[in-house]
Design a protein around this ligand. Structure first.
Ligand code: SF4
Ligand code: FES
Length: 215
């Protein structure tokens, strides 16, 4: 096989429907929140209902309890807001924020826990803002200069579980969803695995209210 062919990685695909688990083909990198590697198969079935006893894998629990993973009408709608500063512009889609709080913890002068507007693009140096935005797992945050918007940050190809929270999908893994859901950023996004998001398949932070527990 030519070297270029060998080096070319097959991009995994996550297939899901309103009533099924996540079926991931060609997944090579699956890690837990401690960074430890977990086993994968040619098709890896991952839990999305929150009831599996073998998380992050599916154990068929959704078949017993039934799944209805349609989006809820009262969810925070997908809308990208623009916060223009003197140098940098910050973009934000509240509909897909997974509420891991890394932005407010890392850079509170820009991402404010309280008060409106909650983003001040002039609250820190652009480099610090970029560093923080690149850690946003959900794709809710991105940045731009002039007319150019930057959403992709060169993450490793794989899926990582977050402790008591969503699946962090990185590196451009394709999502095929029968409801036609599209990630805010296809290079990184977070998928609900607690069963309580109103914006399924994406996490919307409801695992916190529901006190979801999983490692
Ligand atoms: S997902 Fe992104 S926008 Fe939401 S709290 Fe985390 S870093 Fe902030
Ligand atoms: S894992 Fe975040 S809402 Fe379900």
């Amino acid at each position: 096989m030519p070297k270029e062919e060998k080096d070319k990685k097959t991009i995994p695909t996550i297939v899901t429907t309103a009533y099924s688990n996540y079926l991931v083909t060609d997944l090579e990198t699956l890690k837990n929140s401690k960074g430890e590697s977990l086993d994968t198969k040619p098709v890896t079935a991952l839990c999305r209902c929150g009831n599996s006893k073998m998380k992050p894998y599916c154990d068929g629990s959704h078949e017993e309890k039934g799944l209805n993973e349609l989006k809820k009408k009262d969810r925070i709608k997908d809308e990208v807001k623009k916060y223009e500063g003197e140098t940098i512009t910050i973009y934000d889609n509240r509909g897909v924020c997974s509420h891991d709080r890394s932005c407010v913890d890392l850079l509170p002068s820009v991402f404010k826990k309280e008060g409106r507007p909650w983003i001040d693009p002039d609250g820190a140096a652009p480099e610090e803002i970029i560093n923080t935005i690149e850690k946003c797992p959900s794709g809710a945050l991105s940045y731009g200069f002039g007319d150019r918007r930057y959403q992709e940050f060169g993450h490793e190809l794989g899926i990582t579980t977050s402790k008591d929270g969503p699946l962090k999908v990185t590196g451009g893994i394709k999502l095929k969803d029968d409801r036609g859901s599209k990630a805010e950023c296809e290079e990184h996004y977070t998928l609900c695995r607690c069963g309580h998001s109103k914006n399924k398949p994406f996490c919307d932070g409801h695992h916190i209210d529901e006190d979801f527990k999983a490692d």
